[in-house]
Ligand binder design. Structure first.
Ligand SMILES: Cc1cc2nc3c(=O)[nH]c(=O)nc-3n(C[C@H](O)[C@H](O)[C@H](O)COP(=O)(O)OP(=O)(O)OC[C@H]3O[C@@H](n4cnc5c(N)ncnc54)[C@H](O)[C@@H]3O)c2cc1C
Length: 467
């Protein structure tokens, strides 16, 4: 049963109920309503015009939703894909628009698209057990909706005092960096994570003098662990970049950085690539968040205890049926998860696949695909030669096993079924033919089960080892 939204104390007048603009409710649709009957919402606000927001919008219409949809963005441009910003910084000078790459034309799909009017405040308007939300935008408008999908992504981490460091997160950042890159440029990249590594290769390839400063003992230490990270270190020199590990940046200046041990690294450009965190500060006090700022959601993307509120993509910490909570930061989650979330939001029954956490990267001349989430203390077993074999580019893989996942290396057993081991994560390096089978196997059951006796023989096919 629809009911009228109660006024929100001390907020600007509700300029928009179902209509997303203007000072009064739309005469065509009447006053703002909040559904209490569990049916599909009569209006949805999608906050965030990136991959997850665009996919949520597309899923709403694909699933036949005819209610009012508003899309709020912050960058002033239509949704585009971020991964090419680093990998194709120089070869793809304009953004990879999702309208072209995925066919998601947000203007055609939403009733109201505001690409430069970000949400600044969220409030409940419904009773405690009913959906009903008010979203205030930077321009001062207040949008009232039955359902809100948070798809606000993340913001790059920039430590205090690092004002002189650039970041690479948006198309505008990429434009500025592209304009600065030239042969001979002294570039200091802080952080040998995914983006630092990708940029190092691209910039060194363009003739820049690249130094990558990493606080940990190995690249991608946090994401892949010290042992696997160490196997990636030689890639830097081979690509013409210098890697300095175990070095902490004490100061970032316009002309370079000073390390904690006193070393000075002069630079024309310093770029911080030290991680990202969910763009959720504006939800403080309204929506529970984890230590990183991620919004914990169930396997459907619903925020527990807050009916009508959903979160997808980088800003969500989504419960996976096998892996448990998986923090955002995976492009594939932003691509796939919104459909399951929208299905739940609309009350559509059916199978909602839990997609495997999957990160891909092209860095320093190598292709990486990581499935699952490695954890500290995992045992790592390798398939193939991390030095790349005779050509330096032969594929290899690292399997991450929870401690005691198997009885001992090899653990040969007469019964092949008994040899199958639960694998927490697998990193595939320069192994494009294995990516599809691993993804399929993991998506099918939510877990990865591998016969390691077969998998660890690089002469065999990895697909034959997948249970
Ligand atoms: C340079 C780069 C390279 C990457 N490469 C890879 C890769 O190789 N593989 C991989 O798996 N992942 C990669 N990623 C990560 C991947 O791009 C993200 O996981 C993905 O973009 C997440 O999509 P999203 O829609 O959740 O967030 P975003 O893409 O961040 O989109 C969120 C949008 O919401 C907007 N927004 C924020 N706050 C508000 C607000 N209050 N109101 C309205 N709008 C708001 C933001 O401006 C942004 O446009 C890369 C990221 C970067 C930056």
């Amino acid at each position: 049963m629809p009911s009228v939204v109660p006024p929100v104390p001390s907020a600007p007048p509700a300029t928009s109920a179902h209509p997303a603009t203007g000072p009064a409710a739309d005469p065509a649709t009447g006053p703002a309503t909040t559904r209490h009957d569990g049916g599909p919402p009569s209006s949805v606000v999608v906050v965030g015009a990136g991959l997850a927001g665009a996919q949520a919008l597309a899923a709403l219409r694909r699933r036949g939703y005819t209610g009012r949809v508003t899309l709020l963005g912050a960058e002033g441009v239509p949704p585009y894909d971020r991964p090419p910003l680093s990998k194709e910084l120089l070869s793809r000078p304009s953004p990879a628009w999702l309208a072209d790459d995925l066919g998601v034309d947000v203007d055609a799909l939403a009733d109201d698209v505001r690409l430069a009017d970000p949400a600044v405040r969220l409030e409940r308007t419904g009773a405690t057990d009913a959906p009903g939300w008010s979203v205030e935008t930077r321009s001062g408008d207040r949008l009232v909706a039955d359902a809100v999908v948070l798809a606000v992504g993340s913001v790059p981490v920039r430590p205090r005092g690092w004002e002189h460091a650039r970041v690479l997160h948006t198309a505008a950042d990429a434009d500025a960096l592209r304009a600065a890159l030239r042969p001979g440029l002294r570039l200091v990249l802080v952080g040998a994570g995914w983006i630092g590594a990708e940029l190092a290769g691209v910039a060194a390839g363009a003739g820049a003098h690249v130094t990558v400063v990493e606080a940990a003992g190995a690249p991608l230490h946090r994401q892949l662990g010290p042992e696997v990270g160490a196997h990636l270190a030689p890639w830097y020199a081979a690509a013409g970049a210098e890697l300095v590990t175990g070095a902490t940046v004490a100061e970032v200046r316009p002309d370079g950085v000073r390390l904690a041990d006193g070393r000075e690294l002069p630079a024309d450009v310093v770029l911080a690539a030290v991680g990202a965190r969910p763009a959720t500060d504006w939800l403080d006090g309204v929506v529970p968040r984890d230590a990183r700022g991620g919004v914990p959601v169930d396997a459907d993307g619903a925020v527990p205890g807050l009916p009508g509120l959903w979160a997808v993509g980088d800003c969500a910490n989504r419960d996976h049926p096998v892996l448990g909570p998986v923090p955002g930061g995976h492009w594939s989650a932003a691509l796939h998860d919104p459909d399951a979330t929208v299905a739940a939001l609309l009350g559509d029954d059916g199978d909602r696949a839990a997609h495997a956490p999957y990160v891909f990267s092209q860095q320093l001349g190598h292709d990486l695909a990581l499935f699952g989430v490695p954890a500290e203390g995992d045992e790592v077993v390798l398939r193939g030669d991390p030095a790349g074999g005779a050509t330096g580019h032969e594929g290899w893989a690292a399997f991450y096993l929870a401690p005691a996942a198997r009885s001992g290396p090899g653990a040969p057993a007469a019964d092949p079924a008994a040899r199958v081991t639960d694998v927490r994560a697998v990193l595939l390096v320069d192994s494009p033919r294995d990516v599809g089978p691993v993804r399929k196997a993991m998506n099918r059951t939510g877990r990865l089960r591998v016969d390691l006796d077969v998998a660890l023989d690089p002469a065999g096919r990895l697909r034959d080892a997948l249970a």
